[in-house]
Design a binder for this molecule. Structure first.
Ligand SMILES: N[C@@H](CC(=O)O)C(=O)NCC(=O)O
Length: 720
């Protein structure tokens, strides 16, 4: 026997150090997972904003690239599993791919430094191509790394347990999940705060380098922690190119079945038995086990399709709600942290109280039943989301349809005006006032007549748009300005000013000085009381306004501005602030998280326990792939399924998941749980093999004897 083989045998029989019944090496693995998930979720938390506000992509492109990246992160586990199971083993795969991951995070952080291409020092990069290229390279490396190590880390953790530690193994998967969510919670809270800081060499900008740099540092820490535990791990070696062997075995079975399709050939118990002619019974049995589980996975992506929308659709829903919790203000994207917070509390409650209680009541709550119930919880979460959406819709403005136009009129003239639109609607508007709300018109070509002065003017409105007609102090130069026709993003407030004063004004928060009679572009301001200082160089005054979430205002500045110390400024509300409270999202978060605990934590354990020893990472990868497919479904639905009402889309998803969970429960009913080790041992004994370890020990002893005999012979020969 070679030294290598002897080492391997020793490794497999190695006794690991234990603490409270757990292998000590587990400590390094869970800390590693905590840091890695911090790195991943921290980066993900600010990614869409980076696309939107640094690379200046539009909403659709930013969302699509974001979901494509998430999908890629869950597709690469297949590659990681192949490398681990057939080439490097889990330990080395985790180390090498973590290096790729850390490099990716560093490249990503570098790509966010605007100063590297800001040659004219105006605060915006001058070479977007370089930033885009670097960030795409960074994201690809991150996806390779995070996805590649994902199936290996959980399976590697599982490998650390001996047979007598099966109870601890289940606890390990729960603790593992807690670490994932601990990392995710902290990073989702911290990185948005880091982003909000200002930094830069030449100009101060939102600090994306810090927001991406900290996750990069955590990834390096994760790698160092993992390497530190090196001496303690049980490292099982790869067992050859198992995936290729499985594919060949399946291919042969199909080919052989096809060749013997005539009724003359007796049927076999399982179609994989058609591989009997060429492949050994053990491999065929292992393939059957894996296929049985993979078949069960087919309906699972639908769960992830719903689950992953908490990062997109639900966050957008939160932007139309009020985040004022009195003691603190919650931003729409921070609402996502409710999920990891609930996970951290619910996993222990489920593990310690609910599951033991169910068991005590004599109820059978097997893993597949848990997963089915988990799906139903997720469906209920979407029903809740639909109900909340209906409440929100009641408070949303009626934005125009694509064939309609909406018009508001602002009177900056020094007396009341009768404004007639297209000889039909007549509006009486006082000086420094606006019409009450928007007039909706089903045509775009309009005539506006100011009855007292006899001025008449034709305008062409934007179809599907909202506009304001400004009548300045000289009504003959009245003009149109386009208004926003959706809620301002991220729960902020859109404000603009109409300058009715006689000269140019400088207003804080506005990009440039405001000419007389002109209306400014929108500026976005956050919730709270905001102060605006207006000055003309010689005089200045300030006024304050308290904003909620998602409102839009036009402030009318009168000619008496400085004589009234800004008090005569008139606020016109174009879009009312959000009035439905974000707390209403808590029930849907609670339901989806309960679903996640039942579905995801159980699925992770199930994938590990039902896989043959040499195919554990393969099944972990298969499990993660269901997540990738779920994200791809989100992408497709976002592109194709444009339902007119958001609540209807939520209900559609809920119904689809209920239908899928019924199918899954039928499939689960026919699934028989197995102990892969037992099945393998049974087949080995049927084939006349002895148990693996015994056999190896015997081989070792026999080889030792052989060596002794050889030595004796050599000695004899030398004597002769
Ligand atoms: N609950 C999620 C984390 C989050 O969305 O913040 C989770 O546990 N995901 C599993 C994972 O492996 O990241």
């Amino acid at each position: 026997m070679t030294d290598e083989k002897m080492d391997e045998t020793k490794k497999k029989t190695k006794k690991t150090a234990e603490c409270c019944g757990f292998p000590v090496s587990i400590f390094f693995i869970v800390v590693n997972e905590f840091c890695e998930r911090f790195s991943y979720y921290g980066m993900r938390a600010v990614l869409v904003l980076y696309f939107r506000y640094f690379l200046l992509w539009d909403d659709d492109l930013a969302t699509s690239i974001y979901h494509a990246f998430v999908a890629l992160c869950y597709l690469t586990p297949i590659m990681g599993a192949i490398i681990a199971d057939s080439w490097l083993g889990k330990f080395k795969t985790i180390i090498y791919l973590s290096v790729v991951y850390a490099v990716g995070q560093v490249v990503m952080a570098v790509s966010t430094i605007h100063d590297i291409t800001d040659t004219d020092r105006d605060g915006t990069p001058n070479n977007f191509t370089l930033h885009i290229a670097l960030s795409m390279l960074g994201l690809i490396l991150i996806a390779l790394g995070t996805g590649g190590i994902k199936p290996c880390v959980a399976a590697f953790g599982g490998d650390q347990f001996q047979e007598h530690q099966s109870r601890q193994l289940n606890t390990f998967f729960s603790v593992f999940y807690l670490c994932i969510n601990g990392g995710s919670l902290l990073s989702t809270l911290i990185t948005p705060v880091l982003r909000a800081q200002e930094c830069g060499i030449h100009t101060q900008q939102q600090c994306y380098p810090l927001a991406f740099g900290v996750p990069a540092a955590l990834m390096v820490v994760s790698l160092v922690v993992f390497i530190s535990g090196s001496g303690m791990y049980v490292k099982t070696d790869p067992e050859g190119n198992i995936i290729w062997a499985v594919c060949k075995c399946i291919g042969f079975a199909i080919k052989n079945r096809f060749r013997h399709r005539s009724s003359a050939h007796p049927k076999r118990e399982h179609w994989m038995d058609w591989a009997n002619e060429k492949y050994d019974k053990l491999l065929i049995a292992q393939v059957k086990m894996v296929l049985k589980v993979l078949f069960l996975y087919i309906p699972l992506p639908m769960f992830w399709t719903l689950f992953d929308q908490k990062g997109s659709r639900w966050t957008l829903q939160a932007t139309t709600m009020s985040g004022d919790f009195r003691a603190f203000i919650l931003q729409p994207d921070q609402m996502q942290t409710v999920n990891p917070i609930l996970i951290l509390t619910m996993v222990p409650i489920m593990d310690r109280i609910i599951f033991p209680l169910i068991k005590k009541c004599g109820l059978d709550f097997s893993p597949l039943k848990r997963m089915t119930v988990g799906m139903l919880f997720a469906a209920m979460a979407f029903v809740c989301a639909a109900l909340v959406q209906i409440e929100i819709d009641k408070t949303l403005p009626d934005f125009p349809s694509s064939s309609e136009s909406q018009l508001k009129v602002v009177n900056m003239f020094n007396s009341s005006l009768n404004v007639t639109i297209s000889h039909k609607d007549t509006l009486l508007i006082d000086s420094l006032e606006s019409s009450a709300g928007y007039v909706t018109l089903d045509h775009q070509e309009i005539t506006v007549s100011l009855n007292s002065s006899g001025i008449t003017k034709n305008f062409s409105l934007i179809a599907g748009g909202r506009q304001t007609l400004i009548i300045p102090s000289d009504p003959s130069v009245m003009y149109l300005k386009e208004d926003i026709k959706s809620k301002p993003r991220e729960g902020r407030n859109a404000v603009r000013f109409v300058n009715g004063w006689t000269a140019v004004l400088n207003i804080t928060n506005l990009e440039s000085n405001l000419e007389p009679t002109v209306i400014s572009n929108y500026s976005l301001v956050a919730q709270g009381t905001r102060k605006f200082v207006l000055s003309n160089g010689a005089q200045s005054c300030e006024f304050s306004q308290t904003f909620g979430f998602g409102s839009s205002y036009t402030f009318l500045i009168p000619s008496t501005l400085f004589s009234t110390d800004c008090k005569s400024i008139k606020a016109v509300e174009d879009i009312q602030p959000n009035s439905v409270h974000m707390a209403l999202q808590i029930p849907q978060y609670f339901l989806i998280t309960t679903g996640e605990v039942l579905f995801s934590v159980t699925g992770l354990q199930f994938s590990y326990s039902q896989a043959p020893k040499n195919m554990k990472s393969v099944l972990q990868a298969g499990w993660l792939c269901t997540n990738a497919v779920g994200n791809i479904i989100v992408l497709i639905v976002a592109e194709l399924g444009k339902l007119p009402k958001q609540w209807a889309e939520y209900l559609l998803f809920a119904s689809l998941l209920v239908a899928v969970s019924v199918i899954f429960s039928v499939m689960a009913y026919f699934y028989t749980y197995i102990d892969p080790a037992e099945v393998e041992a049974q087949i080995r004994s049927e084939l006349g093999f002895e148990p693996e370890e015994e056999k190896k020990k015997e081989t070792l002893e026999m080889e030792d004897k052989d060596k002794d005999q050889q030595n004796e012979q050599e000695v004899k020969q030398t004597k002769i």
